[in-house]
Design a protein around this ligand. Structure first.
Ligand SMILES: *[C@@H]1O[C@H](CO)[C@@H](O)[C@H](O)[C@H]1NC(C)=O
Ligand SMILES: *[C@@H]1O[C@H](CO)[C@@H](O)[C@H](O)[C@H]1NC(C)=O
Ligand SMILES: *[C@@H]1O[C@H](CO)[C@@H](O)[C@H](O)[C@H]1NC(C)=O
Length: 456
């Protein structure tokens, strides 16, 4: 087989059906005659990943229809947003349903204090005098700041959360309330912007009435949070499709405990004898949720295979409990690799136009983990053409590479996807489509027989 014959590498076409406006459209506020009749914000600080649900009832007080609604964020928060969605709420109480809306970053001229904006496009323009209710869930990472910065093995972990008691908005807000949920009632201190109430694990700011656009009132909450601050600084997931029946996954992790740094020496004796008091913010093991029917699972670090992993399988999922060689304390790192095989027929399909496609989960299989930088490499079978990826949210980079294994003649096309700031909400299916000519299936056994090692 002559590799040049196919000229594959030259003919590759790569299209990603994801469009995210990187060039924001500029927006002028003067055209806006909107006000927020009621705003409710629920901030969940029970994990190290911050989750917020903002509910806004928006009224058009102007004379012409409005088709966009702006959401405002301080510049320091924008960089930490991992996910931002919006939906319009239709129906009431038990008959409520949510219709997703398009959200994109936008710019507003003359915005005070470098406020950053997202624009939500309504499905139908909001007529003068009408109102609409939006629900806006969003997720922040790295927004809890350990204080003290260093703790000893016997101390709990305390963190700061900074925000504004008043919701930042370019619109007048008639009435608003913010509720902050902490992991426990152990709250050291919190700012008061009257009325402020605390009951158990909830802190309530407001209701506040008639706040003008861009009102802001900084608050700090200092509280105990001993949840594992599990951050994967870098994760590379290789997904190799072999038309011989299996999908081989190899995942390279650089994990760090991103909480308060460990101070002093680590005592394993103390750790093991007083687990409820010693190293409460450390973590001993993590759960990787893998698909059902997983096989040939291994878990290794720089030293070698680690046998202390446990796999529990049922018909819907497989939970792999992985235990590093030592518990992870603040600032400590662990580098390891997880590998597993999956039946191809669970993930590879044929579309109606004859293309093949992989349908696999994006994100990271480790529970409640932030991935600072994720790279997914999908290695297509030899002879694949015109690949493209479909991802349900923006990804920073997509490119093609060629990889050679010793059996390959022309090399395999690798679709590479990169995304920063990945959270569990990103664990949704994505697809890689490609064309495939079955003649290539002959290549591998032929080469094996003739003992040709590599043509590159
Ligand atoms: C801008 O920030 C400054 C300093 O934080 C603050 O005093 C001022 O009120 C802010 N202006 C607006 C319009 O929010
Ligand atoms: C580790 O486990 C894998 C899969 O079980 C096996 O192929 C490999 O040889 C093992 N490596 C070592 C160093 O034991
Ligand atoms: C991909 O798989 C999910 C289930 O994991 C399914 O809901 C979805 O419809 C599939 N997508 C395509 C394009 O086949």
């Amino acid at each position: 087989m002559d590799p040049a014959m196919f000229g594959l590498r030259l003919a590759l076409v790569f299209a990603v059906l994801v469009h995210f406006s990187l060039l924001p459209t500029s927006y002028s506020l003067s055209s806006q005659d909107l006000q927020i009749v009621n705003a409710e914000r629920r901030i969940d600080l029970t994990s190290h990943i911050t989750r917020v649900i903002l509910t806004l009832k928006v009224e058009n007080t102007g004379t012409s229809p409005a088709s966009e609604i702006l959401l405002a964020f301080p510049p320091s928060e924008v960089d930490h947003i991992a996910l931002l969605q919006a939906a319009v709420v239709v129906g009431k109480k038990k008959k409520k349903s949510y219709l997703p809306l398009d959200v994109k970053p936008t710019e507003v001229s003359e915005a005070p204090n470098e406020t950053k904006f997202f624009s939500v496009s309504l499905l139908n323009p909001l007529s003068a005098g009408e109102s609409v209710t939006l629900e806006v869930p969003y997720v922040f990472t790295h927004s809890l700041e350990p204080f003290p910065l260093e703790i000893s093995q016997s101390e709990p972990q305390l963190v700061y959360y900074h925000d504004s008691a008043i919701i930042l908005s370019p619109y007048h807000i008639k009435k608003q309330t913010t509720v902050i949920k902490t992991p426990s009632a152990k709250v050291e201190s919190f700012s008061k912007v009257e009325p402020t109430d605390r009951a158990g694990t909830e802190l309530k700011y407001g209701p506040y009435e008639d706040r003008s656009p861009y009102s802001f009132s900084p608050i700090i909450v200092h509280f105990e949070n001993n949840n594992p601050f599990a951050v994967v600084e870098e994760l590379v997931r290789e997904v190799e499709i072999s038309h011989w029946g299996s999908l081989q996954i190899t995942e390279h992790y650089k994990l760090v405990h991103a909480g308060a740094r460990h101070k002093g020496v680590f005592s394993r004796v103390e750790y093991q004898s007083r687990p409820s008091l010693s190293g409460v913010s450390s973590f001993k093991h993590l759960i990787a949720r893998l698909p059902p029917r997983v096989h040939s699972v291994y878990y290794r670090d720089d030293i070698g295979n680690i046998s202390s992993s446990h796999l529990r399988k049922d018909s819907r999922k497989s939970d792999l409990e992985i235990e590093p060689r030592y518990p992870l304390f603040g600032g400590w790192k662990a580098t390891f690799v997880i590998g597993y095989g999956l039946p191809l027929q669970d993930f590879l399909f044929e579309s109606s136009d004859g293309r093949r496609y992989l349908n696999f989960s994006f994100g990271c299989p480790l529970a409640e983990t932030v991935v600072d930088k994720l790279t997914i490499k999908v290695v297509l079978p030899e002879g694949s053409k015109k690949p493209f990826a479909v991802v349900p949210f923006p990804v920073e980079q997509q490119r093609l590479e060629t990889s050679y294994s010793y059996l390959d003649v022309v090399g395999r096309t690798v679709v590479v996807l990169e995304k920063k700031n990945v959270v569990p909400e990103h664990n949704s299916p994505f697809q890689v489509y490609y064309e495939f000519n079955p003649i290539f299936m002959l290549a591998e056994p032929l080469i094996e027989k003739e003992g040709i090692v590599k043509v590159a």
